[in-house]
Design a protein around this ligand. Structure first.
Ligand SMILES: Cc1cc2nc3c(=O)[nH]c(=O)nc-3n(C[C@H](O)[C@H](O)[C@H](O)COP(=O)(O)O)c2cc1C
Length: 444
């Protein structure tokens, strides 16, 4: 059977792919920018709007990292405001399970679900680093090895809170003077390793019951957590081969939790450059890559791998001949990718081999290794590629990450979406009203 494609719009704020230096780039703080992207996504019948999260400004070499966009307004405030200017679009926010508390987060999501009439989604992330924790008087309080124990208990506790109201408790009967039909409504008691709380949850059952749960961790534990509890996964594996391997892996984990294949929607992040022809798009993509990786960005990116000050190097010259410093990163703070360089010397050697083989400068190497856009081509080419990847079980759709705020989705909405609709793989109208319905999920 032909699968339907799911599409979401990632707000291109703090992100190494976001180009703020382009004349077309606008504010990523003003409400109008959020409205523009959300309304474009809704006009194109996307499943949801997506906000990433960062709880502390990134630093490098002791200074704020302003080669990328800096600054991020609060997720719930933005999504609640967007609820008022959209009607069907899902509203999904990334909220961390390490530095928050279940009562507060459950209350915020239940409220968002009410305000949006059932469109709330929660991307549960587990970033745990001590640098971020300093913002919360909680530096280093949770070892990395416990990030998913806390996340699991956080989510289970939030579910107890959501389910403490079953719906129908409020009768507000004027004749009898009875407001609450069930005196036990909202009662909860949770005693666990991470949380020990009891009381009354103060938000009655929301339209979706529970928000749609997304998960983005990529470790074995993260994938297991997703298979056990998530409705959707935000992944980095957007190509055919890597996508198929990831898809088979996570879907293969569902059965042991008694879950069906269609209860977990796999959505890789995807960047794109659209042109009038494929050749035009290739040319544009090369320009965008150089905007994304300026000379200064290339040096900073190399510093993250080398874990050394490389400010004396020429980005248009060769790679440093010294080796990276192995061990705890001292140069860059608050950035997930730094933690992933488990063997920096080996990676540096791969970069050197690449530079030698293709005769590349430091900047050109960084352009290569930080990855080209997932989709480059005419509208026809991109529509075909998306459909092919979804039908080949490399994904169930994509979370699109435009490189320009806020107009970066406009062309995609106008030119690619109609072609997906013509192919019969993307909705022409919303059939349901809730995010769960858009994603084809069971009721929460
Ligand atoms: C595609 C993707 C997007 C992510 N976005 C965020 C984010 O916006 N904020 C955040 O704190 N962590 C984010 N993360 C980090 C993970 O969700 C996760 O919490 C962290 O990597 C540790 O889990 P892991 O070891 O299982 O990967 C993202 C990860 C992936 C793969």
């Amino acid at each position: 059977m032909t699968k339907q494609v799911h599409l979401a719009a990632h707000f291109p704020g703090v992100n190494n792919t976001t180009v703020w230096s382009d004349p077309a780039a606008g504010s990523h703080i003003e409400f109008e920018s959020f409205v523009r992207l959300a309304q474009t996504a809704e006009r194109a019948k996307f499943d949801f709007f997506f906000l990433a999260e960062g709880l502390r400004l990134r630093e490098q070499g002791g200074r704020i990292y302003d080669l990328d966009v800096v600054g991020r307004p609060d997720t719930f405030t933005v999504l609640a405001a967007l609820a008022a200017v959209t009607d069907r679009l899902g509203l999904t926010g990334t909220i961390n399970s390490t530095f928050n508390e279940p009562y507060e987060v459950a209350r915020q999501f239940a409220s968002l679900d009410h305000l949006s009439a059932g469109r709330a989604g929660w991307n549960v992330v587990t970033s745990w680093d001590a640098f971020t924790g300093e913002n919360f008087r909680r530096a280093g309080f949770l070892p990395e090895s416990e990030r998913y124990s806390r996340a699991k208990e956080f989510l289970a506790t939030a579910a107890e809170l959501f389910d403490s109201w079953r719906g129908g408790e409020i009768v507000a009967d004027q004749d009898s003077g009875v407001f609450l039909g069930d005196a036990s409504a909202g009662t909860f008691r949770h005693h666990g390793e991470q949380f020990d709380i009891s009381g009354r949850f103060n938000v009655p059952r929301s339209p979706q019951g529970r928000p749609v749960i997304l998960q983005a961790g990529d470790s074995d534990e993260g994938r297991e957590f997703a298979a056990a509890t998530a409705d959707a996964i935000f992944s980095r594996h957007g190509t055919l081969e890597a996508g198929q391997a990831f898809y088979a892996d996570v879907k293969g984990r569902l059965a042991k939790y008694g879950r069906r294949h269609d209860q977990l929607v796999v959505l890789p992040a995807a960047t794109f450059v659209l042109g009038d022809t494929d050749a035009d798009a290739q040319e544009k993509a090369a320009v965008v890559r150089r905007q994304q990786v300026s000379g200064a960005t290339a040096i900073k990116f190399a510093e993250q791998l080398w874990n050394r000050d490389l400010s004396g190097y020429d980005p248009d010259g060769p790679l440093p001949s010294v080796d990276p410093i192995v061990g705890e990163s001292t140069i860059s703070k608050g950035r997930a990718s730094v933690r992933m360089n488990r063997d920096p010397v080996a990676v540096a050697n791969q970069w050197r081999a690449l530079a030698a083989e293709k005769k590349l400068s430091l900047r050109e190497v960084v352009v290569e290794v930080t990855g080209r856009q997932n989709f480059i081509g005419s509208a026809e080419t991109i529509a075909e590629q998306i459909d092919t990847l979804v039908q080949a079980d490399a994904s169930d759709g994509f979370i699109l990450v435009p490189h320009i705020t806020p107009g970066g989705l406009d062309e995609f909405a106008d030119r690619v979406v109609p072609l997906l609709q013509e192919r019969g793989v993307f909705r022409t109208e919303y059939e349901g009203t809730t995010l769960r319905e858009h994603l084809g999920l069971d009721r929460g």
